[in-house]
Design a protein. Sequence first.
Length: 336
Amino acid sequence: MDFLNAFVALSNFVLIPGIAYGSQLALGALGVTLIYGILRFSNFAHGDTMAFGTMVVILFTWLFQSWGISAGPLPTALLALPIGIVATMALVLITDKAVFKFYREQKAKPVVFVMVSLGVMFMMNGLVRFIIGPGDQRFGDGERFIIKAGTFKKMTGLDEGLAIKTSQGITVVTAIIVVALLFWFLNKTRTGKSMRAYSDNEDLALLSGINPERVVMITWLIVAALATIAGTLYGLDKSFKPFTYFQLLLPIFAAAIVGGLGSPLGAIAGGFVIAMSEVMITYAWKKVGGYILPESLEPEGLAQLLSTDYKFAVSFAILVVVLLFKPTGIFKGKAV
């Protein structure tokens, strides 16, 4: 019985939040790895692209709520999500045409693109904060929980209650659907195959008649959709604050590099590695230890390795270790 209580407590505070957070990071890292693999630069504006897409979703969610439109037990944000995706697609295409295309035509070095993306990042960050403000914005509605802790206790008779938030369930289901569609697109469609060919060997792809501008456009459209979905899911699960999305850039890049930059499968694996590491290292293990350890060995303190304030330090530490010892990542992507 104590073992079951320990497992439920672990699921409640580590496994389920870790899986949801990992799904969000994986979707974010997929956008980063597609830009790196196909356009060959690290896009530091990705976190603020997520913030912009989420902001549009929030604004239209509020509009729908004021009109009395809802999705029933599901968050109204799901109805606004397609509008956010279209708006973000328009933003990244305008940004590419106004900024990145010039440097692409000049065949600028990747480091120049990185510097340019930093400028774009600050512009997007300022735009989002100007429109919606710098504070926390909560926009989730509908049923808050799929399973409530009290209901679970009554059903099982355990001391520990399991609570699964609706946002966590939606995150995992959406991530599975999006990843499946993306892999189908990249592996089965002619456009997806041309993107992979362009990523593997640009010169050979051009000789084969592949239109580079079309590849670039499709890449940006996919990245915009991934960024908006990842940002919205993160905002529903936690809350929306523009500066938080700027900070998310570190774990997202860490996930992409740990998995292997340029490898979509690596981005997914890296997202879960980073998420579970952050959650496990910053979790207070006192409750779980109390269930499974003898009374004499029960921890007196919280048994927490690091405060949650330092969760991004975990991402940074893993990133440094990977860059030092295995820069190509788990799935042998392109070295940084």
